[in-house]
Design a protein around this ligand. Structure first.
Ligand code: KG4
Ligand code: ZN
Length: 347
């Protein structure tokens, strides 16, 4: 009997549903939420309301595209944590109701574990154990993955996440939210060596991105005139705006280059410390064209077996929740749907 799983993701501002049959993703639907653009970030209350509007059509389309009906589904997977509590509750309660109505298992999935396991969707799959640089809007981690359901964090950010560094830098440049993909676009026409942003010194395999944001603030206040990025005399607003618009591509490329070098230096260190040469990327920032390219170049130089999920499985999606739910289903790791609350903001 094939194992058919319906999965729902609603941790932040994407409402997503996917169907997976025997570990293959058959349909993967994502509805984004434009409403947040005007606020420069995700507004939790608006996100929950938009999930309420999108969830029925999104789940319906995922089932239709897979060519199956709810009665043929064997289990429902959903993102339990981490995320915005109101957003998680919409997807979680919807998943729980579907599972109860069909009398089938409910499977709770950790969003970050799912980002890592997105690497198991396409073939060829990475060999175990592998290291995964997981870079998203809320997390930056190096994970050692020994098997689908056994992984540990061996390095992580001590302040901002890499996606946050992209988004906050973009905001300082006057770009709308989410700024990561826009920095990526502008960087493609820019010189990443033009402006030299400082590199943080953090022990071990941990990361830090908050200093980068501060250095960008000083750099823009002085319209790139100071090499030391110290707080001092500031240029006026008009001069600052002109400086940004005349140099946008080079500024974006220089910020992106620094974020990439911070990430890949620690990944290189993790490989030499663990001796594990099977290496993956995951999370929304792994959609960044510069990071993908430099990761693959580094892997080739070092002889690593490199793997990156295809674009649709990098940013938030339910395909990654479905594949994780599939591995949990095979191991009978079901959730109890009588627990009062199935959503957790942190895990
Ligand atoms: O994994 P994700 O979709 O959601 C979270 O779990 O946080 O990651 C979202 C993050 C945002 O910060 C977004 O700006 C960033 O991924 N991102 C990118 C790119 N595409 C998405 N950052 C840089 N370049 C991109 N192309
Ligand atoms: Zn995510």
């Amino acid at each position: 009997m094939p194992v058919r799983i319906l999965a729902i993701e609603s941790s932040c501002d994407e409402t997503a549903a996917a169907v997976c049959i025997d570990g293959c993703i058959i349909s993967n639907i994502v509805a984004g939420q434009k409403v947040h653009e005007q606020y420069g970030g995700v507004v939790p209350e608006l996100a929950s309301r938009a999930h309420m509007q999108h969830i029925v059509p999104v789940v319906d389309t995922a089932l239709k595209n897979a060519g199956i009906c709810m009665a043929e589904i064997n289990a429902v997977g959903y993102t339990q944590s981490p995320g915005l509590i109101g957003s998680l509750l919409v997807g979680g309660q919807f998943a729980k109701s579907l599972a109860l109505s069909q009398n089938i298992p409910l499977i709770a999935v950790h969003h970050m574990q799912a980002h890592v396991l997105a690497n198991l969707i396409d073939t060829p799959k990475p060999a175990f154990p592998f290291l995964c640089l997981t870079v998203s809007g809320g997390h930056t981690q190096i994970i050692q993955c020994n098997s689908p359901l056994s992984m540990k964090v061996i390095g992580e950010t001590i302040d901002d996440a890499a996606g946050e560094a992209f988004d906050k830098s973009a905001k300082l440049l006057g770009l709308p939210y989410p700024g990561g993909p826009l920095i990526d676009q502008h960087a493609q026409n820019g010189n990443g060596k033009r402006f030299n942003f400082p590199k943080p010194h953090v022990e071990g395999l941990d990361f830090s991105f908050s200093g980068l944001k501060t250095s960008i603030v000083y750099f823009l206040q002085q319209a790139g005139k100071s090499v030391n990025y110290k707080q001092g005399q500031q240029v006026d607003k008009i001069e600052q705006e002109n400086f940004i618009s005349e140099n946008l591509s080079d500024i974006c490329a220089s910020i992106q280059d620094r974020i990439i070098s911070i990430l890949l230096d620690k990944l290189e260190k993790a490989v030499s410390q663990t001796g594990i040469q099977s290496v993956c990327l995951a999370g929304g920032v792994s959609a960044n064209s510069g990071l993908r390219k430099e990761f693959l170049t580094l892997a080739e130089q070092k002889g690593w077996n490199a793997h990156i999920p295809s674009f649709e499985y990098c940013t938030d999606n339910a395909g990654m929740i479905a594949i994780t739910a599939y591995y949990k289903y095979v191991e009978n790791q079901y959730s109890n749907y009588t627990t009062p609350s199935s959503a957790r903001a942190n895990w």
